[in-house]
Write a protein that binds this ligand. Structure first.
Ligand code: ATR
Length: 265
């Protein structure tokens, strides 16, 4: 679609920027639905974020932007209003700029994971889940699984204290939710989710003691490259249902589009 004087501008802010997928997903979507808009990459360093955002507030044709590393936490503090999920995480991954320049943040990382499961036919409600990892992604996923009505969540992490901190944070927001810290050991779980970075490289150790892994458990990874991590390969060979990392991002784009005011159904 030709860019003209009426085109609404959207951005993606990141540093580094080359890998971001927003423009390649959103521009064809704008074209498909006949929406006069364009998404462009904004390469902004952490040191320049505040100045860049002050400028963004003043640009009337700029309607919002996606936020990725390293800006998710800093951007939270620059918003005027943030949704419940972003407030729990103190981090945003999308910002809508209202016509008066107010910035409305949201965070759909966890919702993207849960929606990805649902779209893939895995209903998280009432499942017994083992989650590996206690980093940034694990926080988003733990809170979203609690919201989705998971029956029990066991958090296992290489550094146990980080798992304890995450379990305590989850209990604070969801006091009735059954969350505990446990071992990274396959057992009687309905679903095992890897949120650690172990699996990015072929030489990484498995994040799970998989001796007891059987087809009873579905196994999800949030790593996107490689698509089949060692953990997923192993799970597949045991007959487990597997859930790929790309589902989390793919299922998140419609949620981000709605937050940005893009008229999708
Ligand atoms: P992200 O924001 O992507 O979740 P992160 O915050 O750096 O990334 O978190 C990385 C997670 O992967 C942590 O839970 C980390 O465990 P520690 O808390 O012990 O650091 C986990 N992790 C990284 N490498 C790992 C490995 N080789 N084996 C097991 N866990 C690993």
């Amino acid at each position: 679609m030709p860019i003209s004087g009426t085109t609404a501008v959207y951005g993606v802010i990141a540093d580094p920027i080359g890998h971001v997928r927003g423009p390649t997903i959103f521009n064809p979507l704008f074209e498909k639905i006949g929406f006069d808009a364009a998404m462009v990459p904004f390469h902004v360093s952490a040191a320049s974020l505040q100045r860049a955002v002050a400028g963004f507030r003043a640009i009337e044709s700029l309607k919002g932007w996606l936020v990725t590393n390293p800006h998710k936490f800093a951007m939270f503090h620059l918003c005027d209003q943030v949704d419940a999920s972003g407030t729990r995480l103190q981090a945003v991954n999308v910002v809508r700029r209202e016509s008066d320049g107010r910035l409305i943040g949201g965070n759909y990382d966890g919702a993207g994971f849960v929606n990805g499961l649902k779209h893939d036919g895995i209903e998280p409600k009432d499942l017994d889940v083992l989650m590996l990892g206690a980093g940034g992604a694990a926080y988003a996923i733990a809170f979203a699984l609690a919201e989705a009505g998971v029956r029990r969540l066991t958090i296992a992490n290489r550094t146990r204290t980080n798992a304890e901190t995450l379990a305590a944070a989850t209990r604070k927001f969801f006091p009735d939710f059954a969350v505990e810290v446990g071992a990274a050991k396959a057992g009687d779980h309905d679903l095992i989710v890897n949120t650690t970075s172990a699996g990015l490289k072929p030489t990484d150790p498995l994040p799970l003691d998989a001796d007891g892994l059987t087809a009873r458990s579905a196994v999800a990874d949030i790593i996107m490259k490689p698509e089949m991590t060692r953990l997923l390969d192993l799970a597949k060979s045991r007959g487990c249902r597997i859930h790929l990392g790309r589902h989390m991002l793919d299922s998140q784009f419609p949620l981000l589009a709605r937050h940005l005011g893009v008229p999708i159904s």
